[in-house]
Design a protein around this ligand. Structure first.
Ligand SMILES: Cc1cc2nc3c(=O)[nH]c(=O)nc-3n(C[C@H](O)[C@H](O)[C@H](O)COP(=O)(O)OP(=O)(O)OC[C@H]3O[C@@H](n4cnc5c(N)ncnc54)[C@H](O)[C@@H]3O)c2cc1C
Length: 814
């Protein structure tokens, strides 16, 4: 009992590499930490990791974190009394297919922009760096000289030792049994050896995290899968200090260590594990080998590395690791709770990520906010429907394999689908909808023609739905398109103080007349954009707040947590009380007027206003607003009446064919307008002036909004970067994200999102650019010496602050 402090600032649950790294970084900040481990440090997943430490990740900040891991591990490895067996021999990545060539080549452009060293290497160079490889199937290769390999147990022990040296308490053989909570706050951690009172807790318990989350009412959806590798006998024929080899088309990675080869697998269909719970005794355990499962991958490896036919396998290893439904780990503060943090679900990259994870988590815990945009891995993205064992089991069988699949644009998950269907699902299905999943909702992405397969044929170029979406976009631009937008999250905010509340949270003046719709942003105290929303004043003391479904919990919690400072604010989640149809196009008013009694002329219902109307005898809210840049309306119906309203709107349409349109069309049309997408084009590292939505900001409201002070200072200093819309000279190439933007041969920014613009017939993107030493952003836009790099080749591009389609907004305001 004496080992435990009666109180500590932070309790970390789990002594794997992630927990120990957080302990190290918190201790560096002089924060009092107790780390509690149920058995021994590293005994969960960490001890048996293969120890690959790569640096290139899917986003800039995740790559920065992985780079930081390398620097930290190198520093610790070089300390006199520590050693982690860290060697930096680089890595060779091999492509065997055209799709993979595109992926790797685009990845190389992106990685260099993130500051990594990446060289495309010739066949001779591949052979020179990796003589054991048969080049028969090889189409290309890339070398990353700073990648390395480490002993995962040793580096974890280094982190733990250093953390202890700085004052951290590490208590092994002490299982966390539960928590005491007051309201939304954990006050005590109950352990086998006694209780620990604390200010904050961090759940960093690997594949046990879901179970621990349940003890304190937190949803941490993850599932373990079996991960296999084989270790060969020693052979003189194996050259020493080989780089890591990754051949994702063959589903393998290979590590040389002391004259042996370790061959690891990310097979297409994985084996979920732990359906009946993790055995209490699990400690430095492994799982039974399964050659029926692992064998086919080994055969692929033997075809590529002929030496494997001549040397024996010394050990077959199989160990469990946790996987998340979207293949991205969980970090940060849990919504709806005051002091619970999470760092878990590492999808087989926990060792390479842990250094950076420790750093950002320590900042997050110390300051109650993340210093950088980590939305991709933020635990706030977790949704309630994901707390479902069957969903997790099925999805994890897919996500392990996705690590080494080509990361196709517009990829749609194949498992655990149909979790949330709107009442219109069957109707749209019968109209040819090809569905995609967003936040669990099945949404029509595009409409197939009669006889056309509703499947994706993936590529980095124009996919099989390209012409379908062209027709949908053309209908919206020339006549009428009908979208279903029910999945958007909707909150009703009510109360006497509601105007003051919204004026505090939103950058725009919210004391508007009843019926007005306000497009606005919510900022944090550093003026970073937390949400991009529309808010409609339905009544004097009642507003409807609309946000994207992926931001559901993040925005709902943001509203709830700030509402505590105001009197009697009521916030209701009404997402499943309303369906939403969006009728867009130059003929939308004439058509809608023909089926609605209420006057919806431009005088009676101008742009940015809302009105109650009856459709099919059903009372609906009609919002004149657009995300596609046309005259158009969003129709909010009672959820259960959505089909009736749809039938009325759609079936009375014999002479003036309304075309059903999906989310790919929506994305293309918004790109032509330069409209933003939160999470891609804006988030906490952007402010409204940089994002080009400064027109929303009102600095002269009766009292300042959250973030106003910081925003004013930034405005006075002058903005650092600016969102610019781009069109590419080559229409056959498509932009996706992170393509570097050049001006006069120098990198000045990168693309945040891209899509083909069908009505302009242009390949489009948007991104942020920084001024150069010689030119302001305005001068750069006058000179137009832009190029964008796609797959290691630069192409001319035209930049514009305004969207390319209808920059004067004439189509919207008519
Ligand atoms: C075969 C294999 C190879 C891999 N190779 C690599 C690689 O090459 N590179 C890479 O980056 N990643 C690799 N990984 C992934 C990596 O090992 C993991 O992502 C990482 O170890 C996860 O660390 P963690 O700290 O989150 O979890 P863990 O190491 O599992 O630590 C969690 C700890 O929490 C403890 N705990 C659980 N419940 C409680 C409780 N109630 N009270 C107290 N303590 C508790 C557990 O005992 C455990 O020690 C590999 C994984 C496998 C399976």
């Amino acid at each position: 009992m004496s080992k435990l402090s009666s109180h500590t600032e932070v309790v970390i649950i789990g002594g794997g590499i992630a927990g120990c790294s957080i302990a190290y970084h918190l201790s560096e900040k002089n924060i009092q930490v107790t780390l509690v481990e149920r058995k021994s440090l590293t005994c969960g997943t960490t001890w048996h990791a293969a120890g690959l430490v790569g640096q290139l990740r899917a986003t800039k900040n995740l790559t920065k974190m992985a780079k930081y891991s390398t620097d930290l591990y190198r520093k610790l490895n070089d300390k006199d009394d520590l050693s982690a067996g860290f060697v930096i021999n680089g890595s060779v990545s091999i492509a065997e297919t055209e799709g993979r060539m595109q992926e790797m080549s685009r990845g190389a452009s992106m990685g260099r922009n993130f500051g990594l060293e990446i060289e495309e290497i010739s066949f001779d160079e591949i052979k020179e760096k990796y003589p054991l490889l048969d080049l028969k199937n090889v189409k290309g290769g890339w070398f990353l000289p700073q990648d390395g390999q480490i002993n995962p147990v040793d580096i974890t022990m280094c982190l733990a030792k250093e953390a202890k040296r700085m004052g951290c308490k590490i208590i092994e053989n002490n299982k966390v049994l539960g928590f005491e909570q007051e309201g939304d706050k954990v006050t005590k951690v109950i352990t086998e050896l006694g209780d620990i009172a604390c200010d904050k807790i961090v759940i960093s318990a690997g594949m046990w995290s879901r179970e621990i989350g349940k003890m304190c009412g937190v949803n941490i959806p993850l599932h373990a899968c079996e991960h296999f590798y084989a270790l060969t006998e020693y052979s003189e024929e194996i050259p020493k200090n080989l780089p890591i080899l990754r051949n994702p088309d063959a589903h393998i990675y290979v590590k040389e260590d002391a004259g042996k080869l370790l061959i690891g697998a990310f097979e297409k269909k994985a084996k979920p594990w732990g359906m009946d719970g993790i055995p209490e005794s699990f400690e430095f355990d492994s799982l039974p080998n399964d050659l029926d499962h692992f064998g086919p991958v080994l055969i692929e490896a033997m075809e590529r590395l002929p030496i494997l036919n001549d040397i024996g396998i010394k050990t077959y290893f199989n160990g469990p690791e946790s996987f998340t439904p979207d293949d991205r780990y969980y970090l940060g503060k849990v919504p709806y709770k005051d002091n619970i943090y999470v760092s878990t679900g590492f999808n087989s990259i926990g060792v390479q990520s842990a250094g950076g994870v420790g750093k950002v988590m320590a900042e997050w815990i110390a300051n109650d906010k993340s210093a950088i945009d980590l939305w991709d891995v933020d635990v706030a993205r977790v949704l309630d429907f994901q707390d479902d064992t069957e969903y997790l089991r099925e999805r994890s069988s897919e996500t392990l394999g996705l690590l080494y699949s080509v990361h196709w644009p517009f990829y749609q998950f194949e498992t655990s689908r149909n979790k949330i269907q709107s009442p219109l699902y069957k109707t749209l299905e019968s109209e040819g909808a090809c569905f995609g999943e967003a936040a669990g909702w099945e949404r029509a992405n595009w409409y197939a023609k009669n006889g056309q397969k509703r499947e994706y044929e993936y590529s980095y170029g124009r996919q099989n739905w390209f012409e379908n979406v062209r027709e949908e976009c053309n209908a919206v631009r020339s006549n009428i398109g009908l979208f279903e937008l029910t999945s958007f999250s909707k909150f009703i905010i009510k109360g006497k103080d509601v105007v003051n509340f919204l004026n505090y949270l939103c950058v725009s003046e919210m004391n508007v007349s009843v019926g007005r719709i306000v497009y606005t942003q919510m900022l944090n105290s550093d003026a970073g954009i937390e949400a991009d929303i529309t808010v409609t004043r339905l009544d004097n003391d009642c507003f409807m707040f609309i946000t994207s479904p992926t931001s559901h919990n993040k925005d709902y919690y943001w509203l709830l947590s700030h509402a505590k400072k105001f009197n009697d604010i009521i916030i209701q989640d009404v997402t499943k009380d309303y369906g939403c149809l969006s009728l867009m196009g130059p003929n939308s008013r004439n058509y809608l007027q023909s089926i609605i009694d209420e006057d919806i002329s431009n005088t009676s219902l101008p742009f940015g206003f809302s009105k109650k109307v009856k459709l099919a005898g059903v009372e609906c809210i009609l919002n004149r607003i657009t995300y596609v840049g046309e005259l158009g309306y969003e129709i909010y119906t009672p959820y259960e009446k959505l089909v009736d309203v749809f039938e009325t709107v759609y079936s009375k349409n014999k002479d003036n064919p309304i075309k059903l349109a999906g989310y790919h069309a929506l994305n293309s049309l918004r790109m032509e307008k330069g409209y933003l997408h939160w999470g891609h084009d804006i988030a906490i590292e952007e402010n409204p002036y940089e994002a080009g939505v400064g027109f929303c900001v009102n600095l002269n409201k009766q009292s300042p909004f959250l973030g106003q002070e910081a925003l004013q200072i930034k405005k006075e200093k002058g903005i650092e970067k600016r969102k610019v819309n781009f069109s590419l000279s080559d229409n056959n190439l498509l932009l996706y994200h992170y393509e570097p933007i050049y001006f006069e041969g120098m990198i000045v920014g990168e693309i945040t999102s891209g899509m083909y613009g069908f009505s302009l017939d242009k390949s489009l993107g948007m991104g942020y650019i920084f001024p150069t030493k010689n030119h302001t952003i305005e001068e750069m836009l006058n000179l137009q010496k832009f190029e964008i790099e796609v797959a290691e080749t630069k192409y001319k591009a035209t930049g514009s602050m305004k969207g390319f389609y209808d920059p004067a907004r004439e189509k919207i305001l008519i």
